[in-house]
Design a protein around this ligand. Structure first.
Ligand code: NAD
Length: 292
């Protein structure tokens, strides 16, 4: 199968690698707006560097994108549209708005091609070790044709409904995770201020009712104050912004999500735009010990 991969960032790079490597071994052509990244990827993998979006998608059976946000997707779809083959399936792993996903699906349908919104959960580690969770919206037959190819980098791939349903599922995931992370920051800070050994506290709690993915995967870094990795505050602010826009359009009340959105803005103001967003802990710490 000929696969074009657009966007070779923290997620797209390893996803393209899985598609090109191992038993999957598709014919992969990659493009990133950074010519350096495109050349570096092609230098390290059994795949080809494309000179442009148009070059990458021409003749591709499948197009995979992993771009920051709606704005970049708009640019790439505009460049790609005239070159997408009839019957091609576009799998977009970017986290974007549901309305954007529906719009792209309509535009691809006009070209007799398919667009599946397929945001992911599992982070950079999940992309590297091929265990991402993928939530897919769009045409069910197109999904059935392409589902198995995502096994190259995903542990769980689920069709959620029509176009936009993948993005709405990802928003639900983010709603459920932001409050948990803030609660973890508060709990750890409370234990530290009370003089407990926070690592022992976490050891106990991961066996109890308060355990979570955040606790198992982020508590150690939050205790150590190490945020130079992972999913940035900027990307999480973008995701939470998408959630709040969607909730406002639906008249759904999300008070905790709205509050954590403010806290993430505080982290940004502290200089944490590029820190992993578990740096909510840094904000919490500084508030508890302003002189510390
Ligand atoms: P990233 O910023 O590391 O990568 C994005 C890539 O897109 C960059 O390499 C950039 O050069 C490229 N790009 C930007 N504009 C382009 C254009 N016009 N043409 C071609 N390439 C272009 O971001 P990421 O962390 O890989 O995230 C990608 C998407 O996945 C985002 O929507 C993010 O919200 C989502 N996501 C990320 C994570 C994570 O842990 N990083 C987890 C889940 C979902």
């Amino acid at each position: 199968m000929r696969v074009a991969v657009i966007g070779l960032g923290r997620m797209g790079w390893p996803i393209a690698g899985h598609l090109a490597g191992g038993e999957h071994g598709h014919e992969v052509k990659v493009f990133d707006i950074s010519a350096e990244a495109t050349a570096a990827w092609a230098g390290e993998h059994a795949g080809e560097a494309a000179a442009s979006v148009a070059d990458a998608v021409s003749g591709a059976d499948v197009i995979v994108s992993s771009l920051p946000a709606d704005k970049e997707m708009r640019v790439v779809v505009d460049e790609a549209l005239a070159h997408v083959a009839e019957g091609a399936i576009w799998i977009d792993h970017s986290t974007i708005s549901a309305s954007g996903a529906r719009q792209f699906a309509d535009e691809l349908a006009d070209r007799r091609a398919h667009f599946l919104d397929a945001p992911v959960s599992g982070g950079v580690d999940g992309a590297r070790n091929g265990s991402l969770t993928v939530m897919v919206g769009g045409d069910e037959d197109a999904f059935a044709r392409i589902e198995s190819s995502m096994a190259a980098y995903a542990g769980r791939v689920t069709h959620m409904g029509p176009s936009g349903a993948g993005q709405i599922t990802k928003m639900t995931n983010q709603i459920c995770v932001v409050g948990v992370a803030q609660a973890l920051a508060e709990g750890l800070d409370f234990a530290i201020n009370a003089g407990l050994d926070p690592e022992r506290v976490v050891h106990v709690m991961t066996q109890g009712s308060s355990t979570s993915w955040e606790m198992e995967n982020r508590a150690a870094q939050m205790i150590a104050g190490e945020y130079d990795f992972g999913f940035s505050t900027t990307l999480m602010r973008k995701d939470v912004g998408l959630v709040l826009d969607e909730a406002s359009a639906m008249n759904v009340s999300l008070p905790v999500t709205a509050m954590v959105a403010q806290f993430l803005a505080d982290v940004h103001a502290l200089g944490g735009a590029d820190w992993d967003w578990c740096s909510l802990m840094e904000r919490q710490r500084r508030l508890s010990a302003p002189d510390g």
